[in-house]
Design a protein around this ligand. Structure first.
Ligand SMILES: [Zn+2]
Length: 275
């Protein structure tokens, strides 16, 4: 790795050294890499109260300020405050968060939920715009549906087609998935299908059609989006940021979580007692 992207004068984020006791971030459950494999040292811990950190003093020095003072400084961002043209991605933090800068300071972008937002908007639009492109599976996936799943399937059969699924009914409650949306890895097809049908079943039949479509689009977006713990090329980071900023809601994912955190120059300077 000669082109290590993080060069902040020193070698990299030296904050790591100060945060040996920092708990891991609450990573998403669907991540492909088990959470245990993620190193425990994460410089900015957004989700922990400062009081939970044991204080460690160094003899002869004033007590070190808690690293997670970032808790108080980072904030989720307002759409009006960002302009894609000015955002420059520098690299990734733990191959999960894009570190970027603009005139206002530092931005951290959750790569998975950013992509999820982009795909969600795309899938929701497929009803009115052109249908989603699909790819044929080498081998069709046959699935035996439960009676409840089969009922759910009938409810959303047409929506699945709009989203790029090609499904054939075989005998009884058995179906075969022949094609899937191009964004979706083939290995996810079976799981995704079960997840969608179970969600629809739980939603109960009374739900408005738009809610069901949101559910399908959200599940599909989650499965097709880049995962955390995945290295991204600079081009891909630029692409994600550009596309994110033209979505219906760049700052929240389909489930309402923040997508971008901001650490402003003002807050950074205040943190270093420069103001
Ligand atoms: Zn997700």
């Amino acid at each position: 790795m000669t082109d290590e992207p993080l060069h902040f004068e020193e070698r990299s984020f030296s904050a790591t050294a100060l945060s040996e006791t920092a708990p891991p971030l609450a990573f998403e459950r669907e991540a492909t890499t088990p959470v245990e494999n993620i190193p425990q040292e994460i410089p900015f811990s957004f989700e922990t109260a400062a009081t939970e950190r044991p204080t460690t003093g160094i003899a002869g020095y004033a007590e070190l300020p808690p690293v997670n003072s970032a808790d108080k400084l980072t904030r989720s961002i307002e759409v009006e405050q960002i302009s894609s043209a000015k955002i420059q991605p520098l690299g990734q933090l733990h191959e999960s968060f894009i570190i970027a800068v603009d005139d206002e300071g530092l931005l951290l972008i959750d790569q998975h939920v950013a992509h999820e937002r982009i795909l969600f908007d795309k899938y929701r639009k497929s009803e009115t715009d052109r249908p989603i492109e699909s790819q044929n599976l080498l081998l069709p996936e046959t699935i035996d549906l439960s009676p409840a799943q089969s009922e759910a399937f009938q409810l959303i059969e047409n929506d699945l087609e709009t989203l790029g699924f090609g499904v054939m009914k075989l005998s009884g409650r058995t179906i075969a998935i022949k094609s899937i949306p191009t964004d979706l890895p083939a290995s996810e097809a079976r799981n995704l299908f079960a997840e969608i049908l179970d969600t629809i079943e739980n939603e109960k039949k009374g739900s408005p059609k738009s809610t069901l479509r949101d559910d399908i689009a959200a599940s599909l977006a989650c499965k097709a989006a880049v995962k955390i713990n995945m290295k991204l090329t600079p081009e891909k980071m630029h692409w994600l940021i550009d596309r994110l900023l033209v979505t219906s809601s760049p700052t929240t994912c389909p489930h309402g979580r923040p997508v971008i955190l901001r650490l402003s120059m003002k807050d950074i300077e205040r943190g270093f007692h420069r103001t």
